[in-house]
Design a protein around this ligand. Sequence first.
Ligand SMILES: Cc1ncc(C[n+]2csc(CCOP(=O)(O)OP(=O)(O)O)c2C)c(N)n1
Ligand SMILES: [Mg+2]
Length: 788
Amino acid sequence: MNEIRPIEAGLNTIDALASVEQKLVWLASWMIHNANHLRPNRDGLKVGGHQASCASAASIMTALYFDILRPYDRVAVKPHAGPVLHAINYLFGRQTVEQMAGLRQMGGAQAYPSRAKDGSEIDFSTGSVGLGVALTSFASLMQDYVRAHGFVDPAVPRARHVAIAGDAELDEGNIYEALLEGWKHDVRDVWWVVDYNRQSLDSVMPDRLFGRFEGLFRDMGWKVVSLKYGKRLEAAFARPGGSSLRGWVDDCPNSIYSALTFQGGAAWRQAILADMAKSRGVRAIIDPLSDTELASLMSNLAGHDLATLTEAFRAATKTDQPTCFLAYTIKGMGLPFAGHKDNHAGMMTVEQMGAFRAQLNIRPGHEWDRWEGLAQPKAVEKFVESVPFAQKLTPHGRRLDAATIPVPTTLPQPKITGRRMSTQAGFGEILSEIGRAKGDSAELSKHIVTMSPDVAVSTNLGPWINRRGVFDRHTRDDVFRDGKLASAQRWGTSPSGQHIELGIAEQNLFLLLAAAGLSHDLLGARILPIGTVYDPFVNRGHDALFYACYQDARFLLVGTPSGITLAPEGGQHQSTNTPALGIVQDRLASFEPAYCDELAILLRHAFDWMQRPEGSAVWLRLSTQILTQKDRPLNAAHVIAGAHWVVPPATGAGIAIAYQGAVAAEAEKALAELREDEPGAGLLAITSPDRLYAGWRAAQRARRLGDATATCHIETLLAPLARNAAIVSVLDGHPAAHAWLGSVRGQRVMALGPDHFGQSGDITDLYREYEIDSSAILDACAEALLAR
Ligand SMILES: Cc1ncc(C[n+]2csc(CCOP(=O)(O)OP(=O)(O)O)c2C)c(N)n1
Ligand SMILES: [Mg+2]
């Protein structure tokens, strides 16, 4: 038994929690009601909101936030309980009525909790179900990492990472990928509390699934706490005949249980008596109860029983073993549509809301008042002020901070001039040099952590890993090394290692990048995460990448190798859509260098940019294409802004070739031939269509807003070309990434690039087939010149 603390005459902790819960259900319902019924609606669209999902999670969230959580714990709340979280913050004085009244309105509280838009009270954004749950496990892994590396004061208590999950989230595969990965890394201090209402969006779930869940979690080293029945039902089951009642409820299919909950006491009685009319014990339990009392007893599930919940949570604080609570709940608990299978988007009518208000003693006009309608408002207010989570983590909210790591003006570099090498190899060598941790880069190298889904060696992280080691809480020997079996790679692990090796599941890479990229904010430790992945498999984890960017996590993603340049590997491994993805993905600055001198500039920029408040995550698309490296002056600012003239065009030139990435040599060859006829032709190296496009959009916007002098890098670069000039552009990626360039100054763009799946071949054959070799470039130039 946990301590039930008296608070004031007639009020103990459980009563106080019940009052808080009542306020949360009311405020969440009212927020949604207000948004849908009381605000002017200009477009006739349904505003929406999930009163049933909120009511389902309200008791769990009450027990957590008002009894268990400490200010430094971190929580991911299931997306559809967002309004409950807003209401919780409101009771703690951390949310305004204006924001709540503006739920789902521009500038108001977001439909689903958002770090970027709801401000510093939100630990993790949620929305794409499953991802927020899994993220807590990776955030906990990062907690172990920063503590093992001495980046935070060991006296600071370890945070618990808690997810309040909808049961349908357990259908998402990424949950199980994360469970496996968590097991490998021996994660701890993670709780997943499943709001087990056995309902998703469309329907009621199959029975007996809980058995599967329990087994799965236990197999992964988790403790599973099944919270099925509340205290009153347990007491009834303990009475003579109670065990038959328990058996009956246990066997009751989810859909029937839900339907009876919706129908109420009379239906319960009829159903129970139909099967057990002759059981004297059962009759003794149910006969004295009114229909209302019977309905209340039969829906006394543990996930709504504050005493059971707090007891179970408190007991679990005694260990750091990851724990899954399967808390049985009723979707829409206490509301008119409780248990109805169609209640996901169901909403109380104006009349039902009126009745609910009256039932809670809330006076019209006082709907937003914090403690309105409670029997002991002052005592509940005092109670809320006294709970651990009422303490502020920082004076300004739940965001921590960490000083930025100085980035040297130039990164240490291997000698590259004149060598034949690829950007992927260059990346490996530069990182390895940084890993020597000499001079200016010593501090930088301490804060870098690399991670890769089983492609660390094949993306050239090997030398870095050999220098800096593989991270694990537990030191483990490298059997091959110790056995003196020749291997280039050291795979022994230790708490001081700086590479986190992941299994092959790409979503886990992006979730770990998300967690690592929020370390300054969540853990108060500055981490510079670098994740490497085969470029095509960015698609495999794209929702998690989107999710990481949505939370404004800061990391460097290296996609390599890329494009059909990967030649013999074939179409499934050749990324063609990623340059376009790099343009359209918000809060991710995407680049594709062709040569290692550009790469060195961009890598340095990435370390700087990901630490700036106005910065973002960065994506480098690299290649295994081998090019002869140049010794040339480069304008770093131009490389970072997205393009630079390799051969500047003559003023008024009628044609230029623009290239991006691995096809540089083809473009150079074509230009040499072109200039025999068109001596003024220029050669533009595009390092980032993404940055160019963003700059162009920003300039257009600034001009619209009245700044007539606003301009941008691509406008300046293209200015020397004639108005009707042709630009033949080429990249190893979908040509749509360049097609827009023609709109900048009205010049004619002929964009070349593979727009069909790739196939196996060598570069010569493939570049010819997909029309990105020098002769295709020249053909396009001829066509463009003829059309002049
Ligand atoms: C990846 C993803 N797919 C689909 C949806 C749409 N969706 C939102 S909630 C939901 C069902 C959620 O059910 P559950 O997790 O059990 O939540 P609860 O019953 O507590 O509302 C679905 C399908 C989504 N938000 N994210
Ligand atoms: Mg559900």
